[in-house]
Design a binder for this molecule. Structure first.
Ligand code: FBP
Length: 552
């Protein structure tokens, strides 16, 4: 395979580790804190996790770490959507494992969690890994969205691990995968399977974070990638002064990506789904808000601009949310009757006849493309695949209609020519930024130390992330401590709480204090491409979200 010059250069990049992890590996000791408990639902969680409830938070310090030298085989799984840095988690894990004992082995399960169920493996050797260090993607072993959640699956996992002599497992995934890692760890302890499980926080969406996990990996690189593209569109709009760009940004539920991009690029508008939900803003009101900004800029002769739209928006608009919930139930319950309908006319008639009157009305008012997208296949959990709903196009059409009405009424004299974009997959496999390259390598290195010290049911934690890497702190957080009970498919389940945008948090507050100015003035900022080599203040820069959260 031909290599790009950057790819070759990145193979040679040596990720930065926190100072403690740079020590000789058998001189790194584990320090245990006091017992922990979740912030809410402690009794229910204690009941469900008798072996892993109350575990201490751990940190690494200088001391005797000679026990890490034991030969072990570690398995690794990549779970869910790609996020830049996954290859570096594996690199860090591999390097720590081989530093501790060159005879230890790292075994990758292929294609995500299904790889362990189907016993599809590949040993990760130094030579094989050398083609993946500091590169984006999950292609080293592949990923998938199969869930490991039933006891029958856990028994298969144990059997497969035993076949390969694996006594420790690293699951790299988002909130759901780490929740399942905790359930698996508990099950392995209960059944004395002899396999420890540690998770690593991954997702570009940035919604696996809390007071212990500062950010999931991949968010940094993905947002920087989108920011480059948004900045380029801003320059283009500023040059030709003739287009509005409506840009949908990934983030299945949370709007962290859109908010971070807004903080770095200062667009004319950025919708935040969590705010829309909190204020019960209707679709009509969202359209009015955007129309108003377009009209105000037009009054100043500015017939161009940039609008950012979070991917999950439609599910946060109350009437659309209700419609989607009804459609999910309807399409699941009436799957057989619906599947025989072949024309769009019969399908849409069937749907409107089965919906409640208010939802039928909302459905009828939507552009037909959006109606069709709302009826597309559900994901494995029966949810709408929001990345396939063209909210950006829908909003353009609706704003266009409002402006045409205003024009007819003589209250709008400007021009509105809009282009739509969706930035999502473009950012998930980018070469990890230096931040993500360093963070992920540290997470992987740290995950090995947790496992080698007998920790199970923990998530690898590297914190103090706005300081230089050398000052980062390394340790582990018991997953049960980050859990609460939530209703899932009609049942109360223990889950890691998904972190949505906090409307009282500093990033949102800063944005809301600036957005009125950004709406009408042209305040664009052009972040440019991710820089891998050059001055530290450019290359090691982290996200504005993290800076604001850390008061920097
Ligand atoms: P994860 O939560 O698994 O990291 O994936 C997040 C995400 O990138 C979302 O932003 C997006 O909605 C979704 O994946 C798309 O999923 P798919 O890759 O299955 O199309």
């Amino acid at each position: 395979m031909e290599l790009s010059p950057l790819q070759q250069a990145r193979y040679a990049y040596q990720p930065k580790l926190p100072a403690i992890l740079r020590e000789k590996i058998d001189t790194i000791a584990i320090a245990k804190g006091s017992e922990t408990k979740p912030a809410t639902d402690a009794a229910a969680i204690k009941d469900l996790f008798p072996h892993t409830y109350g575990l201490p938070q751990v940190a690494f310090t200088k001391g005797d770490g000679s026990s890490v030298a034991k030969k072990i085989n570690v398995g690794v799984i990549l779970s869910g959507g790609q996020a830049p840095g996954g290859h570096n988690v594996i690199s860090g894990l591999f390097d720590a494992l081989k530093n501790a004992n060159p005879e230890s082995k790292l075994i990758g399960f292929l294609g995500g969690p299904s790889g362990i169920l189907n016993d599809e493996t590949r040993e990760i050797t130094a030579e094989f890994l050398s083609g993946y260090r500091n590169t984006g993607g999950f292609d080293i072993i592949g990923s998938g969205r199969t869930k490991l959640e039933t006891e029958a699956q856990f028994d298969v996992c144990a059997k497969v691990c035993h076949t390969h002599g694996i006594s420790a497992l690293v699951i790299i995934g988002g909130d759901d995968s780490n929740t399942n890692a905790a359930v698996l760890a508990e099950y392995f302890l209960k059944t004395r399977a002899g396999i420890s499980v540690v998770g690593c926080p991954k997702t570009i969406d940035g919604d696996l974070k809390n007071e212990f996990i500062e950010i999931s990996f991949g968010f940094d690189t993905a947002t920087k990638t989108y920011n480059e593209l948004i900045g380029n569109l801003m320059r283009d709009a500023n040059s030709s002064k003739k287009y509005w760009h409506f840009i949908k940004l990934m983030g299945r539920s949370a709007s962290h990506i859109a908010l971070e991009c807004a903080l770095r690029t200062q667009p004319n508008a950025c919708l935040v789904s969590e705010e829309v939900e909190a204020h019960a803003t209707s679709l009509g009101e969202v359209v009015d808000y955007l129309t108003d900004i377009v009209a105000k800029r037009a009054e100043k002769g500015l017939n161009y601009g940039i609008v950012l739209i979070p991917e999950g928006l439609v599910e946060f608009i109350p009437e659309v949310k209700a419609l989607i919930a009804e459609l999910n139930t309807l399409l699941a319950k009436e799957a057989a009757a619906y599947s025989v309908l072949t024309s769009w006319e019969t399908q849409s008639e069937f749907v409107t006849n089965h919906l409640s009157a208010p939802s039928a009305m909302v459905f009828k008012d939507l552009p037909s493309d959006i109606q069709k997208q709302l009826l597309m296949d559900r994901d494995p959990h029966g949810n709408v695949q929001v990345s396939r709903i063209e909210t950006e196009k829908m909003l353009i059409q609706m704003v266009e209609k409002r402006l045409a009405d205003k024009k007819a009424a003589g209250t709008f004299a400007g021009k509105f020519s809009a282009l739509n974009h969706f930035f999502g997959y473009e950012g998930r496999c980018a070469f990890p930024s230096n931040f993500d390259a360093d963070y992920c390598y540290s997470l992987g290195y740290n995950a090995f130390l947790l496992l080698a010290n007998g920790c199970s049911g923990y998530i690898s934690s590297v914190s103090n992330l706005t300081a230089p890497a050398t000052e980062w702190k390394a340790g582990g957080i018991p997953i049960t401590m980050m859990m609460n009970m939530e209703q899932r498919h009609g049942e109360m389940k223990p889950v890691i709480k998904k972190a949505l945008v906090d409307l009282d948090g500093k990033p949102f507050k800063y944005f809301s204090s600036k957005r009125e100015t950004w709406a009408v003035e042209t305040s664009f900022v052009f972040p440019g491409a991710i820089q891998y080599y050059g001055p530290t203040e450019v290359c090691d820069l982290t996200t504005r979200t993290l800076e604001l959260e850390h008061d920097r």
